[in-house]
Design a protein around this ligand. Structure first.
Ligand code: HSE
Length: 306
């Protein structure tokens, strides 16, 4: 194989109570990437359509992830990457993770899969480090594995794929203001109390249990973030109203998608997820803020060849 075309999906990190450890993969929004073998060693990025991102591989998340992978191999082949960037950077739905995950997945396939998916996660995390200053895995893991993923440990890296309830749908609204992940991380408290820890642990355990047992009421009760949302929600216009209307029309729960400004809701069934999207949209229609809305089932496969 000389060339590969991929769909690199958007993701929701944190999923309320799982800061830096929990993530899920979306199905209806993602980038398209074409990766070609070249005869010159190294990585080039010849085209990015849709967003003004750097073509220099050392300054681009896809390039950095690809270079991290190639560093492990002694080969003379190189790779050229082209990206149709549908996910806006700074939107909170894993824009950098999609590019990084797509790059390492595609190169690995073109090389006859020398690396496991779990090894690819480590390379893709290098891209996240460039984008946000922290090599977090809660976007790249679901982008590569699909479904819900849990980072049980960062050192050593231990990532587990969690069951996805069949009727679970995500709604994401993206109010078009940009929040950089690095800025959204700088507003967080570095120390949390024992009381906050107990609340967060209870909810994370409850959510994981609810996902495995497909207990939608338990999922609903567990979608609460005690430690991050109180600080980040201040950065998102209309956050409380969006939450309120989504719950009112039947969402199981809501939260900040990744580091924001996108807000997500989880619902049982596509119809409720669509109604939630309409209700959330109405909130921003009454403001001067532009927005995008996505309704998606949970993507169980992650990056895929198209
Ligand atoms: N867990 C990361 C954060 C995700 O919340 O900062 C960033 O997309």
């Amino acid at each position: 194989m000389e060339e590969i075309k991929l769909f690199a999906p958007a993701t929701i990190a944190n999923v309320s109570c799982g800061f830096d450890v929990l993530g899920l993969c979306l199905d209806t929004v993602g980038d398209e990437m074409t990766i070609r073998k070249t005869t010159t060693k190294g990585v080039t990025i010849s085209k990015i359509i849709g967003q003004p991102l750097p073509l220099d591989p050392a300054k681009n998340v896809a390039g950095v992830a690809a270079l991290a992978l190639l560093k492990q191999l002694d080969i003379n082949t190189g790779f050229d990457i082209q990206i149709i960037k549908n996910i806006k950077p700074g939107s909170g739905i894993g824009s950098s993770a999609a590019s990084a995950a797509g790059a390492v997945f595609g190169i690995n396939k073109l090389l006859g899969t020398p690396f496991s998916i779990h090894e690819l996660i480590e390379f893709a995390m290098e891209g996240e480090k460039l984008a946000s200053g922290t090599a977090h895995a809660d976007n790249v893991a679901p982008a590569l594995l699909g479904g819900f993923t849990l980072v049980r440990s960062y050192d050593p890296l231990d990532i587990i794929k969690i069951n996805t309830p069949k009727e679970l749908y995500a709604t994401v609204i993206h109010p078009q203001i940009e929040i950089k992940t690095s800025d959204a991380r700088s507003v967080l408290k570095q120390k949390i109390s024992l009381k906050e820890t107990v609340i967060q642990l209870g909810n994370l355990g409850g959510l994981i249990s609810g996902l495995y047992t497909e207990d939608y009421d338990l999922i609903s009760r567990s979608l609460h973030d005690e430690i991050v949302e109180p600080y980040r929600s201040i950065l998102i216009p209309e956050f409380d109203t969006v939450r309120e209307v989504a719950k009112k029309v039947g969402a199981l729960g809501t939260g900040i998608s990744g580091s924001g400004p996108s807000v997500f809701a989880l619902s049982k069934g596509k119809e409720i997820a669509k109604t939630v999207g309409e209700a959330m949209s109405k909130v921003y229609q009454n403001t001067t803020i532009d927005f995008d809305v996505h309704v998606s089932k949970i993507n169980s496969t992650g990056v895929k060849i198209i």
